[in-house]
Design a protein around this ligand. Sequence first.
Ligand code: NFS
Ligand code: SF4
Length: 627
Amino acid sequence: KRDINDMSIWDDAKSMLAKARADGVETAWDRLDQQTPHCRFCELGTTCRNCVMGPCRISAKAEHGGKLSRGVCGADADVIVARNFGRFIAGGSAGHSDHGRDVIEALEAVVEGRAPGYQIRDEAKLRRIAAELGVATEGRDALDVAADVVDACYSDFGSRRKAVNFLSRVPAKRRELWEKLDITPRGVDREIAEMMHRTHMGCDNDAPNTMLHAARCALADGWAGSMIATELCDVLFGTPKPKMSTANLGVIKKDTVNILVHGHNPVVSEMILDAARDPEMIELAKKNGATGITVAGLCCTGNELLMRQGIPMAGNHLMTELAIVTGAVEVVVVDYQCIMPSLVQVAGCYHTRFIDTAAKARFTGAIHFNFHPENAREEARKVVRMAVDAFVERDPKRVEIPAEPVSIMTGFSNEAILEALGGSLDPLLDAVKAGTVRGFVGVVGCNNPKIKHDSANVGLMKALVKKDIMVLATGCVTTAAGKAGLLVPEGASMAGPGLQSLCGALGIPPVLHLGSCVDNARILQLCALIANALGVDISDLPVGASSPEWYSEKAAAIGLYAVASGIYTHLGLPPNILGSEKVTDIALNGLEQIVGASFVVNDDPEKAADLLDARIRQKRQGLGLQP
Ligand code: NFS
Ligand code: SF4
C-alpha cells in the first residue's frame, strides 16, 4: 500500500486516509493503484473505437514491425489522436454548456411563474446583461426583460447565429483573428455536434483541421455555455460580493446535522441551503439532539454557494470520499459532474444518505429526488428532513473530525473587483504598469490522484505570488488555496513586496477566489476588459493560466478556450495526445503561431511558475513595461 504521506499534503486528508483504511473503505488512490499501469495505447491517445471495423490501435514501435501504423480504415496516429482529443473537448464543453442551459431553463421557469423559491435577486445585473444582448430595458418590467434574455441565451445554443452573443465582449483584434481562422463560435450545440460529426469515420482526416474545430468548440463553451451559466446564476442568486467563510474537513461539525452539497449547478444546492436555514427545520434538528444544521460544500456547487452565500467548504475533488469517512455526514446531495460513483459505496459504510437529484445523473444505489425548478423548494425540504432524521443514526464512536477550520475570503466577482477598486480598472492597470503586480495567472481546476493531492496546486500558487503575480483561483484549486492560507489578506505575507503592498492597501488576499469552473468565464471577461482598456489583444497581456492537477474533459475545454482566447496555459500533466508528434507539436508550439498562445506541460510547480513568469516578463516588455 502507498505511504499516506505521499498521497496528500494535508493533515485532514491524511487522517481520513488512515481512517478509511481502518474502516475498510476503498478510495480513488486504491483504485488508481489497481488500474496502474494504464493501457499504453490509450495513454498515448492512439486507440480508436469510432467504428466496428475496429477497435484499432496504432503503434510506431519496431516490435510491431510497422504493422500497426494505420487503423482498418487507414487513419493514422495523427488523425486518431486529434479525433480523440476533439471528442474529449466536446465532452467538456457539453458539460459546462448543458449546465448553462439548465440555468436558462430555471430563469425561464421564473419568468413563467412556475418556479416557487427562485427569483431574480440581481435585477441590475439582469438589465446590464440585457443591454449587452440588445434586449430593450427602458420602462420594462424585470420579468419581461428576463423573458427576452432567456430567448437570446437559448439562441446561443442553436444554429441560427453567426456568432454567440457575448462575443461582443471580445477585443476586436481577437474577433478578427477568429474570423480569419474560421473558428468564431456560432452556437454551443452546433460546435459540439459538428465535433462529433467531424470525428465520425471518414470525415475530418486532417489533424490540424480537427484541432481548429476543437478550439472553436471550446470557445463556444467559454464565451457562451459557461458564461451564460455564470451570468444567469448571478441574476438568479445574486452577484458575489467579498465575504469571509471557512474551509477544510473541520467545517463538518460534531454537534450539527451535516449536509454536503456536491456537483455543479446551484439551481439545486441553493434550494437545499434555503431549506436548511428554515427555522422549522433547525427546530426539528434540535429535537433530534443536534445544535443546528450545517450545509457545507464540495467541488464546484460548493464554490457557487461559497461565492454567493458564504457557506463553508469541506473539500475539493479528492476530499469528497474522505469527507464521508468522517462518519459525521448525514446526507450528500449531488447534481452532476465530478461526483465519483464510489461515493455511493463510501456512504454505504456509514449512516450517510447519498441523494441524487438530476434525471441526467443517476447513481445506482442512490436515493433519487427528481428536482426541477417547479418542485425544487419542496424536494429540498424533503432532503433536509431526511438529513435531520438520519442524525439519530450517527454512531459517535465512528466519528472523527480531523481539523479546525481555517478562514478564507471569497466573493471576487468582476463586479466586486471593480467596486473594490473604486469603480474603475485604472488603479489595477496602474499597479500593473508600475510593476507592483506584474501580472495575473488563473490557477484553476481539479485534483488527480496521479499527483500528490494539492501539492502542485499550492506549490504553484505560492511560487507565483512570491513573484508578484496575482493569482485568480476557481474550482477545486480554491479549497487548496484556502487551506494554504492564501485566501485571506494575511496570506499576503507569502507574496513578493509589490503584491504585498497592493493587498495591504486594498485589504485583499494575494489569491482571489472568482468562483466555480464555469466562472472561469469571469476571468475571460476580466482579461477582455483589461485588453480593451489598454487597446490591445488578450494575447498581449501579462497573464497566464494553469491547471496543475487537472483530470477532467471540462478542464481540457477550459485550457483550450483559454489558449484560443490568447492566454498561455500550463498543464501539470498532458492530455492523451503524446502518440501524435503532430498534434503534440500543435498544442505546445503551433498554436502560438495561430492564436498567439499555446499549452505548456510541466509537472514541477516551481518550473511551471518560472515558465509563467517568463511569459509575463515577455508580455510586459511587449507593452513597454519593466519586466
Ligand atoms: Ni472543474 Fe468543478 Fe473540481 Fe475539476 Fe471537477 S469540480 S468543474 S472539473 S474536479 S475543478
Ligand atoms: Fe479503426 Fe478507423 Fe474504425 Fe477508428 S474509424 S475504429 S481507426 S477503422
